[in-house]
Ligand binder design. Sequence first.
Ligand SMILES: NC(=O)c1ccc[n+]([C@@H]2O[C@H](COP(=O)([O-])OP(=O)(O)OC[C@H]3O[C@@H](n4cnc5c(N)ncnc54)[C@H](O)[C@@H]3O)[C@@H](O)[C@H]2O)c1
Length: 266
Amino acid sequence: MTNWLGLSGRTCIVTGARGGLGLAITEAFLEVGARVLMLDLPGEGPAPGVPQTLARFDDDVAFAPVNVGDCASVVEAFANCQTLLGAPAVLVNNAALSGPAPLSDLDLEVWQTQMNVNVGGYLRCAQAFRLARDSAEPGAIINIASIAGRNAQPNSGGYAMGKAAILMLNQQLAVEWGPEGIRSNSVSPGLFRTPLTERFYEDPQDLRHREEVVPMRRIGKGQELAEAVVYLASQRASYVNGAELIVDGGFSQTLMGHIPRSYQKG
Ligand SMILES: NC(=O)c1ccc[n+]([C@@H]2O[C@H](COP(=O)([O-])OP(=O)(O)OC[C@H]3O[C@@H](n4cnc5c(N)ncnc54)[C@H](O)[C@@H]3O)[C@@H](O)[C@H]2O)c1
């Protein structure tokens, strides 16, 4: 069973790797023997490095600053990958911003900034990955989308439009770059507790309500999302291209349960 996933020693780039799901994805790749270049914003103060919790992976993990909203920054970060860990075989597009607002009040400049990161950033990194990878080896891109890309909700239209665009970007990449040996697939998370979503869980009552609407009656764990990503990146998914894998405990399947039915009375 050694290297069953075919990821041992292969270099994976994860964007937004310092955050909740990106960090879990990074750790999951390292656990199966892959090497990971963590990309994230430089932040304030001295440039951040690999978090202490990943120190045990030694030379298999490195950090490079990037702003995925900026072309020059992305080109530089991907050039660094070759020097730090070798040519990448896997890209996980994960870095994104939220920005709740009803469409009636959505500031178009704020929305354009969000789209430049949440959609432009994914395309920019995909293009840089295509040029940086070793074209003799199979390549895989995993685009982190969201169940919000298919399901409308109040106060989140700007974000949801971006996630819908990612689902189509994923399909386009699968068709356009499949012939070059690059598979592209998307993963759509449901409810996960991370810095991006923390404010929705601060009130214990909100947490309970959120748990109750999920058929599995709980919020997802980062590791559960990360393992879906590892599968799609691996050789075990060698003929999976253009797919969307929904990881939401069944939440997006609950629509019909809202229909009032007379036999449910009493
Ligand atoms: N948490 C959830 O419930 C949930 C649900 C559905 C989809 N998602 C998606 O999962 C992905 C990860 O979300 P998360 O909850 O871990 O968010 P998070 O905010 O915890 O992490 C996002 C990371 O992206 C980085 N980032 C933001 N802008 C960047 C930029 N311009 N350049 C480089 N890095 C940048 C941030 O610094 C942060 O580390 C996102 O694509 C998000 O839309 C999350």
